[in-house]
Write a new protein. Structure first.
Ligand SMILES: Nc1ncnc2c1ncn2[C@@H]1O[C@H](COP(=O)(O)OP(=O)(O)OP(=O)(O)O)[C@@H](O)[C@H]1O
Ligand SMILES: Nc1ncnc2c1ncn2[C@@H]1O[C@H](COP(=O)(O)OP(=O)(O)OP(=O)(O)O)[C@@H](O)[C@H]1O
Ligand SMILES: [Mg+2]
Ligand SMILES: [Mg+2]
Lengths: 254, 254
């Protein structure tokens, strides 16, 4: 199963959700395959040092066709990561928008699925709807769309929905998605207001689970840890665990 | 004076800072010229409805060379806005990175400065270092780099610094910048930790003023208002007013 964590709005918790969703899934099921598809490489930085050589990053798959299996590094407790590198910026510009480049990650993952046991794959996207994010969406069986519980982010969700609807007309299939309310601050009326509007607008596509604003979640990257390793008793760990239960129970996870 | 509000990290408060810096400057000095250079058009949405026709947006300046003066709309209390449109995405792909496209906004503003009284210009950037943001940086006399007071954002600041240093080698001039700590939550040790590290790393390039995490700041967009119009007594209004004092006193504003 391949999940792309996407939202073109910035700072809504894509990287945070990729990290913690992977960690929770690994604790419960099996090691996860992570792909950092953001040239800013924040997920890779949480793992440890991102590679200084682009040939050891996901970028190598694009000009050179390096098999994805050759690019994976171990991530203790989570599974494996294909790290990013700033060179990945070039995919958006150099490779244009010819249709085959949009399928490159999909083909690479199909190859990987043949040679390695099928693992759940999580793809962290950058806040930009370009060739990279389209690669992720085309390769994915489902999308998680984090939406921070504020008004500017809610507007971003509307833009995502429009984008996905037009992609569906091109792909001729439904793009499975779940909107996930993040950074939910129960002291703020705004959080509840945004939640009510999101549920009214997107119905069952909005996760029941919301991820609370929780300082432990923001601190864990500095320790190079996911929320479960950093503070398993925290509200953030509870919420990401509940999210996994819900995604399993509602058959989003397959 | 032209100020680009830039950080390729998402959700750090670029749009919020562009809005409130402009409002505060307008209250204190004179009407401001705002340019929304983000295809997601959040600043334009706060103003009111972004144009449905790209010919009435900043995008029209790129393929058609429409004079910037023709594209301005009134923003009561702030000055004027050149709104964005999703079509602006095409600038990053269609126009490649040939050197003249990087100077397009600069040339357009020079033209505007000849015909209209010189106004301070604030440019809201998208979370992506592409042709659009480079247009803003090349056109600007100075940059404000909002950095939210968390670890992932601090890493983003480091990337901005590297980018600016390599641009300086190309532009053969210093790119004046101020790092602005935003979303500062005094209840969190992390905020103080990030501040200490930022000041240690960037010294006087970090604003003394920090913008507090303040729900009024997050609510004002939903009312189509800046923080001063929304809640002039709020901590957010105080902080943005203090920022303007500081920028004036330290000669960043000219
Ligand atoms: N539930 C939460 N509680 C507290 N802080 C959070 C939470 N979720 C995310 N954050 C913090 O919010 C900031 C933005 O999150 P993150 O970087 O994961 O978003 P993003 O969508 O990946 O951003 P970008 O668009 O730049 O890739 C980070 O500093 C992160 O630590
Ligand atoms: N001082 C603050 N207090 C509370 N909320 C804030 C503050 N500053 C910004 N926010 C909120 O944080 C969110 C992100 O801010 P904003 O959209 O301005 O960032 P951005 O850098 O422009 O994002 P993007 O990278 O997507 O363009 C918004 O919902 C905004 O209302
Ligand atoms: Mg991210
Ligand atoms: Mg913005």
């Amino acid at each position: 199963m391949r999940i792309a964590v996407f939202n073109q709005k910035g700072g809504v918790g894509k990287t945070t959700t990729t990290l913690n969703l992977a960690a929770g899934l690994a604790l419960r099921y099996h090691p996860i395959r992570l792909i950092d598809l953001d040239p800013q490489a924040h997920l890779s930085a949480i793992h440890g040092s991102p590679p200084s050589d682009w040939r050891q990053s996901i970028y190598a798959h694009y000009p050179e066709g390096t098999p994805l299996g050759d690019l994976e590094v171990d991530w203790e407790g989570l599974g494996r990561l294909i790290p990013s590198h700033s060179e990945l910026m070039k995919v958006d510009s150099a490779f244009g928008k010819g249709p085959e480049v949009l399928e490159k990650l999909n083909r690479g993952l199909r190859e990987l699925d043949r040679t390695l046991p099928r693992r759940a794959t999580l793809i962290d996207c950058c806040p930009y709807l370009g060739v990279l994010s389209l690669n992720a969406i085309f390769a994915a069986d489902g999308l998680i769309v984090p939406v921070s519980s504020d008004y500017l982010s809610m507007r971003g969700a509307e833009q995502v929905e429009r984008t996905l609807k037009s992609l569906e007309r091109v792909l001729l299939r439904r793009v499975e998605r779940r909107y996930l309310l993040t950074r939910f601050d129960r002291r703020r009326r705004m959080s509840f207001d945004v939640e009510a509007r999101m549920r009214e607008r997107f119905g069952r596509d909005v996760c029941e689970t919301t991820i609370a604003e929780n300082v432990a979640v923001a601190e864990s990257p500095a320790m190079n840890r996911d929320i479960f390793a950093h503070d398993a008793k925290s509200r953030g760990a509870e919420d990401y665990a509940a999210l996994i239960e819900e995604l399993a129970a509602t058959r989003f996870l397959r």
